[in-house]
Design a protein around this ligand. Sequence first.
Ligand SMILES: [Zn+2]
Length: 465
Amino acid sequence: MRTLITNGIIVGAAGSTAADVLIEDETIAAIGSDLGASGLSADQSIDAAGRYLIPGGIDVHTHMELPFGGTFAKDTFETGTRAAAFGGTTTVVDFAVQSRGKSLREGLDAWHAKAEGNAVADYGFHMIMSDVNDDTLAEMDQLVAEGIPDFKLFTAYPGVFYSDDGAIFRAMQRTAKNGGLIMTHAENGMAIDVVAADEVAAGHTDPYYHGVARYPIFEGEATNRVIRLAEAAGIPVYIVHLSARDALEAVRAARDRGSMTFAETCPQYLFLSLDDMANGFEGAKFVCSPPLRTADHQDELWRGLVKDDLQLVSTDHCPFDFHGQKELGKGDFRKIPNGLPGVEDRVDLLHDGGVVAGRISRERWVEIISTAPAKLFGMYPQKGAIAVGSDADIVVYDPNAKRTISAKTHHMDVDYSCYEGRTVQGRSDIVLSRGTVIVRDGDFTGRRGYGRFIKRAAAEYVRLA
Ligand SMILES: [Zn+2]
């Protein structure tokens, strides 16, 4: 099967160029300025005039079917990866969960079972470690060898995912030996629980107080702490879903002193704010952790993206219906399932708010949605690049089309959108996953089970800008 894409502009992290792309089966076979004119025969042709060709988006932070607060995140690997594909994302890396007292293996097997035969596009896994002990430490080595080289630990959620400093440090010592990467959810969960209990005792039970209780300084403190622990262990560390100026300051200081510290932020921290949580129980739609911050943090996060103190943007996609799921926390914000839908909107939001708004170049946009995630998470250049030999994960992207985001038209299996009514410029017209068109002009043309598990290598510890 040969596919020829002509007349597009290839936008890559390192530059843009007008060129045709020839795909043979699942991989990119040739790139050249005149492939279309050379009389080459192809089974299908795509005319990409006026549009970009970008490497498929990579979202390295999703939670399909995550059990949380007595319920489950609603998207399955089928609905979640399909929604991702509509939004130009062709690879997700999801978090398998080790349940307390169980092995990492059991958690991993459960996630393979959720994804295999269901995902419509490619996927990998990180591993959430809930217990750090001799057995789970030994299992880490095995997982690294199986292409699951990242382990997420939490300084938040006491009694659930929380690990103390000793446990985190032990896991870090292990990755110093096995080449894995420690990822951390860095908020001081112990201190947050004290403030949250005080707020509830004072009668402040609305969702808004979820945002109030989780001080930015608690994120800054925990971020600095895990970075320092990683430096002591002599390992790189990756901070997930960085939301606050205080945490960015810790990351920036670490990178300035030469520390191998990496961090992501998410669209919700760039485009939404604490004000969105102020509308009574409607605010539950925006309950996630870390919480939305006051709007003055947003410019600082954009600056972090421009200057590469933040290397990429992922979504932390973790959708719960407003009706029936978020409502579990009526009367006590601590019982609202934490998480927002977002996997479908990331690429367009970053194009609109980043490129169209003049904050970042289109090349930097591609870097933060695709190339940097591929490099940091051991998939480059199989993913994250339009290059000969790479997987033909290609998005034909219209940088001028406008669309209005709405729960009525999105493909995520959730009953609301955080961006309801927002118009964005930029849209994925045609989406190819390993050479197969899986979305074309708003129609899904892929199939359930097409997605493949991506065995990943250790991260490339390079400065990415
Ligand atoms: Zn998460």
